[in-house]
Design a protein around this ligand. Structure first.
Ligand code: ANZ
Length: 956
């Protein structure tokens, strides 16, 4: 008889735990929780305030990266993280914490908009349908969310505050001296009083409104600028650097991306580069993610050095000023503004043929080369394997350390967006420069003594030589000599000399760019910005928020031939004259005036930059968040100097986009005094992926995984042999398993247990539907240890458990407690299983105290069955807020074992120690033992070999 066949089971054991029983129990308790508000976390004040006792408990704010509500719904891979945070939240509730755990929806985004473009259906309709579908899928899993706190980023009540934060950022500037953001009004006051001079001279009062706006635009943390941006004609929109793939295409849609100069909104995230780096140190994040952020911010220390040319200077950024004597040519990015100025009419004498690209004049050569470079992405331009290209611009600059005339080139391997867009080229030390010098027959001057035996004759070299351990040579000039120094000292000496001579200065350069913040899209937050007749941008007053999206007929941005770089964006909002052209009184004393609205929308990252704050105080219509409530849930505390969410679980793919943007917004809000937490997420945990087998037929097409049969280790679909590889789970690969199907077959508690038992949370694991039944059997045995399958009566007895059972119980309590606290859910389940099996093996009725503890142990993992058994055991209240069992140490330690201590191989002492003793502890105990101390008699110890718990060997 199959345990999972409910009809058969009912006959023999009408009260067995079956899928039908599970379904009934689960639905009933889910309703109970909703009605009782079991997961409502009280705030210290406001509309969500609860009993003061709960709010006085220590808090835990446990959060998932909220989902994008996809129309496709969830497969079993999606809820892995949601189940994990739910188990953790339940455990924290049972260990005396007030736990905030909820889930919202990140609901602006391209898929709904693309659907709208194709069908004409408003994206809100499809998005809300997807949200509702997802909510019911998630409810079925028994997730303990405080539903009062849920929202979607498309709710006008929510995006009102996204727009409000945009205005805060727009209305502030970064004060480098105070090292924080300040209100822009304080900068205006400095200009007005003359405390701060205008960079172009003159007085503030003499400037026109448009001129003032331009000056302030140089400071605002959100500003519009005509900058080269990533324009993607195929999508009809511009993209952030983070959205462009390594081969220069759009991450979404895989279209070519071009550099184009467009007026766009930007966020001055670069002002925070140092703080974004420094504050990483105190965050409890995976090192790999921290490293990705550090690399993305890319701090390099170096120097700016001026190379004189025709009475002016070309300034370069170098991380290796110590190599100045080896600089034998210079390169400007093709877009560098000085290129035209130093491109003469004719090639100077001595120009080599290879330098001209075959062109009659330098101008022709430069023009042709620029056109070629413009069609490439930054990444393509920097690709290491690629042949170096470039042309001589027809002028020479002077190397300031030795007075040598060196030719100036344009070449696409130098990027305008990094450093100064100009480099000194040191072919002996830099591989790109080396390849270029070989291709263009330029001198390669050896400036360090190679340590790999290749010698100083660079004509024999096959590549550049770089080593921080080598000694500098051939580097003496009039004012300074670096010869004989190591790289580090040489850098310091030359930087100091450059500064003293007024030729250069030490600087720090960042790879991080400002964040391109506008998109040519419909389905995003409108900017709360209008332009007056002079084109000056004005913020809408707070009273006009939210600025809601207008109804439109056509949701599509205009898209173009993907390869047509000369096209320009046309936004969906711009086609709606009655929304765009408005007469408003902005309350600035100028009265009603005509304005034109900004017709870009915010990128879909905006809504996720601050959503943790909305969870705290979700209905506040007066403030972003009440300060006292924010401080309670997010504020700094011991071990969390910048505050933040206590646990944030999500995929590792968000290392630099969402996680960097959200940190930046937190810091601005912190600087402006709106929040007490300077970091959004104190602890970050990346869950692994649930993978699934993909079966492909001989043509390589995926076949439905559910229809594949296994015979003798081979796989067949409709009689045809198919191949099997591990891949992603999803509809397109025909291997998606829905949570509903598992819930129907076994119940949500089994699904939860299976997902948590599959392996360590941060490791990817293959889904195996056939293995799910193992967890179902665990729950059946648990049930059977408490309930008589024939009568449905509770079988526990009030007698004390035996010594054996007490030991098994307290060891389990001790281990499960530690494992749940450490997010080691798989090992926690193993320990519960062990205890349950022990009770089954002992046989007979289980003692009430053991049964109750067992139910509490499994409650965070399998909450429905735990509630049911808890009720059957005679408790009227929910299991959710019970105290988690605490182990009695007397039963946790095993009886002692004997450890032998040897000195030079001879037994000198025997110690009684715990079998669980650590090697360090055992070494300490052994060395402190009286007999051992006496036997050593002060002889110096050479080595201690510890084999815990049985042997310590001391070598003197
Ligand atoms: C001379 C030199 C000698 C350099 C040497 C390197 C090694 P990171 O570490 O990434 O900051 N560089 C500067 N601006 C550039 C630009 N706009 N496009 C392409 N390359 C640029 O790299 C800084 C180094 O990259 C700089 O130091 C410069 O080359 C180059 F043995 O200057 B170096």
């Amino acid at each position: 008889m199959s345990e999972t066949n409910p009809a058969a089971a009912e006959v023999a054991a009408p009260h067995r735990y079956t899928a039908v029983v599970a379904a009934e129990i689960e639905a009933r308790w889910q309703d109970f929780w909703d009605v009782e508000g079991t997961y409502a976390a009280p705030n210290p004040k406001g509309d969500l305030a609860g009993d003061p006792e709960s709010a006085a408990k220590p808090k835990k704010f446990i959060m998932d990266m909220f989902p994008y509500p996809s129309g496709a719904g969830l497969h079993v891979g999606h809820p892995l993280g949601y189940i994990a945070t739910d188990v953790s939240a339940r455990f924290q509730r049972m260990t005396g914490h007030n736990v905030l755990h909820t889930l919202g929806f990140d609901a602006f985004g391209l898929p709904a908009e693309q659907h709208a473009v194709q069908t004409g259906e408003h994206p809100r309709i499809t998005t809300e349908a997807a949200i509702n579908n997802m909510k019911s899928q998630l409810r079925r899993l028994g997730l303990g969310h405080d539903r009062r706190r849920s929202f979607a980023t498309i709710d006008p009540d929510y995006y009102k505050w996204t727009q409000w934060i945009f205005l805060q950022i727009f209305n502030s500037w970064y004060d480098d001296e105070a090292n924080k953001a300040r209100p822009i009004a304080e900068l205006v006051a400095q200009f007005e009083s003359g405390e701060r001079a205008l960079s172009g001279g003159g007085s503030w009062s003499a400037l026109s409104a448009a001129e003032r706006a331009d000056v302030l635009g140089e400071y605002r943390l959100a500003y519009a600028s005509d900058a080269p941006v990533n324009w993607c004609p195929g999508l009809g929109t511009v993209l952030a650097n983070e959205e462009v793939t390594a081969d220069g295409r759009s991450e979404r849609g895989n279209f070519p991306v071009f550099k184009a100069k467009l007026r766009q909104w930007n966020m001055r995230i670069t002002a925070y580069a140092d703080r974004l780096l420094d504050d990483l140190n105190e965050l409890d994040w995976p090192e790999a993610i921290k490293l990705q952020q550090r690399n993305w911010i890319g701090r390099s220390e170096g120097a700016r050095v001026d190379f004189p040319i025709d009475g002016e200077n070309i300034t370069v950024f170098t991380t290796r000023p110590d190599t100045l004597f080896g600089a034998t040519y210079m390169v400007l990015a093709p877009e560098h503004p000085l290129v035209d100025k130093f491109t003469p009419d004719a090639w100077p004498e001595g120009t080599r043929d290879v330098w001209t690209g075959g062109h009659a004049t330098p101008a022709d050569a430069v023009t042709a080369y620029r056109a070629q470079a413009a069609s490439k992405s930054d990444v393509e331009r920097q690709a290491e394997a690629k042949d170096k290209t470039g042309v001589f611009i027809g002028s020479y600059a002077t190397n300031p350390v030795n007075g040598e005339k060196i030719p100036v080139f344009v070449a696409d391997y130098v990027l305008m967006g990094y450093g100064t867009g100009a480099i000194m080229a040191v072919p002996a030390g830099d591989q790109r420069d080396f390849e270029f010098a070989r291709a263009f027959e330029l001198p390669i001057t050896c400036i360090v003594e190679p340590t790999d035996g290749r010698g100083t004759d660079t004509s024999t070299w096959e590549d550049a030589f770089g080593s921080y351990d080598a000694k500098i040579i051939n580097s003496s000039g009039d004012g300074v000599s670096l010869d004989g120094l190591g790289v580090v000292e040489a850098k310091a000496r030359i930087t100091e000399w450059l500064a003293r001579s007024g030729i250069g200065r030490g600087t720090v350069n960042f790879r991080l760019r400002d964040w391109l913040f506008s998109r040519q899209r419909y389905w995003g937050e409108p900017f709360p910005i209008v332009y007056d007749e002079d084109g000056v941008a004005h913020p809408l007053p707070e009273s006009m928020l939210p600025l809601e999206l207008p109804e439109v007929e056509d949701y599509s941005p205009r898209t173009f031939e993907p390869d047509d770089a000369d096209t320009r964006p046309e936004t969906p909002l711009s086609r709606n004259a009655d929304w765009v052209d408005v007469t408003l009184d902005l309350g600035d004393g100028r009265g009603p005036r005509p304005y034109r609205r900004e017709t870009n929308t915010m990128p879909n990252w905006a809504g996720s930059c601050w959503y943790e704050l909305r969870y705290l105080d979700p209905h506040n219509s007066e403030k972003l968040v009440d300060p006292e409530i924010e401080r309670y849930w997010m504020g700094p505390r011991e071990g969390q100097p910048h505050g933040g969410v206590d646990l944030y679980v999500g995929g590792a793919e968000h290392a630099v986009l969402h996680l960097l943007y959200a940190r930046f917004w937190s810091k601005v809000l912190f600087d402006l005094g709106h929040v007490s937490s300077a970091e959004p997420f104190h602890r970050l945990f990346n869950q692994g992926m649930i993978q699934a087998f993909v079966y492909r037929d001989s043509r390589g097409f995926a076949v439905p995984a559910a229809e594949v049969e296994e015979r003798d280790g081979a796989f067949f679909h409709e009689g045809e042999k198919v191949s099997r590889v591990l891949g992603k789970m999803g509809k397109s690969l025909k291997n998606a398993v829905t949570p509903e199907s598992i819930c129907v077959e076994y119940g949500a508690d089994t699904l939860r247990l299976y997902e948590m038992a599959m392996g360590p949370l941060d490791v990817s694991r293959p889904w195996d539907t056939r293995a799910v039944v193992g967890q179902f059997r665990l729950l059946q045995r648990l049930w059977r240890n408490v309930v008589d399958e024939a009568t449905g009566e509770v079988t526990v007895v009030d007698t004390e458990p035996g010594e054996d059972s007490l030991r098994a119980l307290h060891k389990a309590i001790d281990g499960v407690r530690q494992d749940l606290g450490g997010l080691r859910f798989n090992t926690a389940i193993a320990k519960v299983t062990e205890l349950n099996n022990h009770l089954t093996k002992v046989g007979g009725p289980v003692s009430r105290s053991v049964a109750e503890a067992l139910v509490l142990l499994i409650a965070p993992l399998a909450p429905h069955i735990a509630e049911e058994l808890w009720r059957k055991l005679g408790h009227a209240d929910s299991v959710v807020h019970q105290d988690f069992p605490v182990a009695d140490p007397a039963y946790v330690v095993d009886e002692a074992v004997t450890c032998v201590v040897q000195i030079k191989g001879k037994v000198k002492a025997r110690l009684e120690v715990s079998p669980a003793i650590s090697e360090e502890e055992l070494e300490k105990v052994a060395l402190g033992d009286e007999k051992v101390v006496a036997a050593l008699a002060g002889a110096p110890i050479r080595k201690v070999i510890v084999r815990a718990p049985k042997l310590v060997n001391i070598v003197t």
